[in-house]
Ligand binder design. Sequence first.
Ligand code: SF4
Length: 365
Amino acid sequence: MKLTFPHMGNMYIPVKGLLEYLDLEVVVPPFSTKKTLELGVKYSPEFACLPLKINLGNFIEARELGADTIIMAGGVGPCRFGLYAQVEKEILQDLGYDFETLVLEPPDKHFGQFIARVKRIIGSNSWWKVMEAIKFAYRKSYAVDMVERKVQKLRPLEKKPGTVDMIYKHALNSIDNAQSFSTLEEATSLSLLKLDQVPIESDREVIKIGLIGEIYTLLEPFVNLDIEKELGKLGVEVTRSLYLSEWISSHLLKNLITDENIKPFRDLAKPYLNYFVGGHGWETVGYAVGFSQEGYHGLIQLAPLTCMPEIVAHNILGKVKEDCQIPILTIYLDEHSGKAGLITRIEAFVDLIRRQLETQRRLAR
Ligand code: SF4
């Protein structure tokens, strides 16, 4: 059994870590590129969500490297995510790719079914070893997030453009290559130390923007056209509403491991939205309120084109913008999105925020 899984930002690091800890054979798909997207677009229904198309491309590319079994997370309605795995399986079958698909749904009801699926993957590994592997994978995801949060803070301040991203790339490699808890700890501390030593101009004016929206467009730089890096170049410090370890903790581990960074988004969203609308629409609204209460200067919502939960949130964000007096830009992404267009839009948005701040300063004098 050669296992593979779809890409979503740096998720490959903990997933690979987990499977290798259990001595299972893993095929990490090549990083998503234009070719991956073209493959996905070619074989998916036109109306399918962008993440489904790219995941399909990932699977086809992983197959070329010998993968024969797909592991993916499942979900429930009301959006299309619940149907993803089945649709992908059927498309791959029609294309003649003979994959076995193991969908891991969060075990709300059918616990026995969930256990049976996990057992098929873990083989003769003991449950104790599985628990250790999960802990190891979670620690990897947490290490990635710690490094990412620091990178997001330093990008707008670095003296020599590109230094932070160079260290970030090395940090991801060393976290990925760590084979034990102790080497992981070493790799993380060393990476954070290197980032702390980057020469910065600490008195530079930094704009703080909260990135909110759908998980895949938030976490996958190929899809969001490296928006975090581009914002960093414009002097913007970014914080996302969602980090990998938080998603693993809340969605896959059902909060067995808690993360102190998670905000009570449901309470924050209450005046505007009081129930689950699928995907991360609820979080989008809650975090929009949270970020504005924390004094962020603006918000950018990212979503795949036609993403139902984010369309619901988008409609509500108009009211949040009015009540909280915070500029909000919504960017829908699909296979036709281009970097030049994105840069023009974010430059205009950052310009608007800077002018607003200048006006506020003048009025306060
Ligand atoms: S959250 Fe949005 S992009 Fe994801 S499956 Fe649902 S509708 Fe599609």
